[in-house]
Write a protein that binds this ligand. Structure first.
Ligand SMILES: *Cc1c(COP(=O)(O)O)cnc(C)c1O
Length: 368
């Protein structure tokens, strides 16, 4: 849960609008509980790969030296991996930017587009909270459109907002978090029709699970950006590595606003190594998808619950049988930590044992 800091009087040198902003505190996680609230991969790296990484760190890395601020070697490896999604041509390093998590890239995008321009962003709720949080910290206004019962964006409403307000960036997630739905053909058409004065950010944080990318369309749309991360499928949330794929002009702007040494040498090394070992690292994904289908199927048998199809490593549920804060708290007390957001609960797919415990606890609290 996010917490709100007290409205303590602030020094006059500080920005007054920060008083009304909450500090982002991820919810506390008790040791021993099942952590199904962060959409992380449930397993750490295999010990043999961790040891190899540690060995490379000992051999090649000097703690006293600054890391490679150009990210050259990692970008080179990434070109191969990302380029696999293209049927024609290849990708070059000038189409890539690296961030300290994709969170940093979201902030860089905001700085490169809206900051000081009397311009703002459009989101469709419920969606990833970070766009809104980071925009607010920069004093950038946020407009929100709604979604239908299957969580497709209300593009009529979105278009109206775009016509009325100074919107310069649209953020969409494919598949959306917390709801799990991928972009529909109608949503894709709508994105393609947005004019070049609007930057379209397509967050593909869950690409390794969905295997569905808008990358082929990006080449024809210089106002599009795709965001990816090593935090989910590659099991590297701890090391904070995200990347953006976009037209070189957008990439140049991102590179201008970033900090020179935004990624540690260890993170660069780990991401590079992860790419070379991707067959082994990503080999755990089919089991997550199988577990997602199993859990989803079992959840549909609980009459009090509504559950939606998902293309990510998580499922979204709603219920009217029990107030959500109460359900969230009950699950927590029973040992399953999930995320309460957007009028529902987002359940990360964990190990088979964690999923079975969650299912049993949901049956216990919701009946069925
Ligand atoms: C998890 C997630 C990210 C990843 O953020 P990092 O900063 O790279 O860890 C980005 N976008 C969405 C929608 C996510 O769910």
């Amino acid at each position: 849960m996010e917490q709100r800091d007290g409205d303590a009087p602030m020094l006059p040198c500080l920005r007054p609008d920060l008083v009304s902003l909450a500090t982002y505190h991820p919810q506390a996680r008790e040791a021993g509980a099942d952590w199904l609230d962060g959409n992380e991969f449930p397993l750490d790296w295999p010990p043999s790969l961790k040891e190899k990484l540690a060995w490379m760190y000992r051999q090649d890395m000097e703690n006293n030296r600054y890391p490679d601020g150009s990210h050259g070697e990692l970008k080179y490896e990434l070109c191969n991996y990302v380029g696999e999604g293209l049927t024609t041509g290849s990708l070059t390093a000038d189409w890539l930017a690296l961030g300290n998590g994709s969170d940093e890239l979201i902030r860089s995008l905001l700085m490169a587009t809206c900051l000081g321009q009397n311009a703002g962003i459009l989101i469709a709720e419920p969606t990833f909270s970070m766009y809104q949080i980071l925009a607010r910290t920069l004093g950038i206004p946020v407009w929100a459109a709604g979604r239908d019962e299957q969580f497709a964006i209300n593009t009529t409403q979105a278009t109206e907002l775009m016509n009325q307000e100074p919107i310069r960036v649209v953020f969409v997630v494919h598949p959306n978090s917390p709801t799990g739905n991928g972009l529909t053909p109608a949503e894709r058409d709508w994105l393609k029709r947005l004019p070049p004065k609007v930057l379209v950010v397509i967050d593909e944080a869950y690409f390794e699970f969905s295997q569905d990318t808008l990358l082929p369309d990006l080449l024809a749309h210089p106002n599009w950006v795709i965001l990816r991360t090593f935090s989910k499928g590659f099991r590297l949330a701890n090391l904070r590595i995200g990347y953006a794929i976009a037209h070189p002009e957008v990439i140049t702007a991102l590179e201008k606003v970033r900090l020179p040494y935004n990624l540690s040498g260890f993170s660069l090394l780990a991401a590079q190594f992860a790419l070379t070992q991707r067959r082994q690292l990503l080999s755990g994904i089919p089991e997550i998808l199988t577990e997602r289908e199993r859990l989803g199927m079992e959840l549909t048998k609980i009459p009090a619950l509504q559950v939606w199809p998902s293309q990510g490593n998580f499922l979204y549920i709603r219920t009217t049988a029990v107030p959500l804060p109460q359900l969230h708290q009950s699950l927590r007390e029973l040992g399953s930590l999930v995320r309460h957001t957007g009028g529902g609960l987002r359940l990360t797919i964990g190990s088979a044992a964690e999923n079975s415990r969650l299912l049993q606890r949901l049956r216990q609290t919701c009946g069925g």
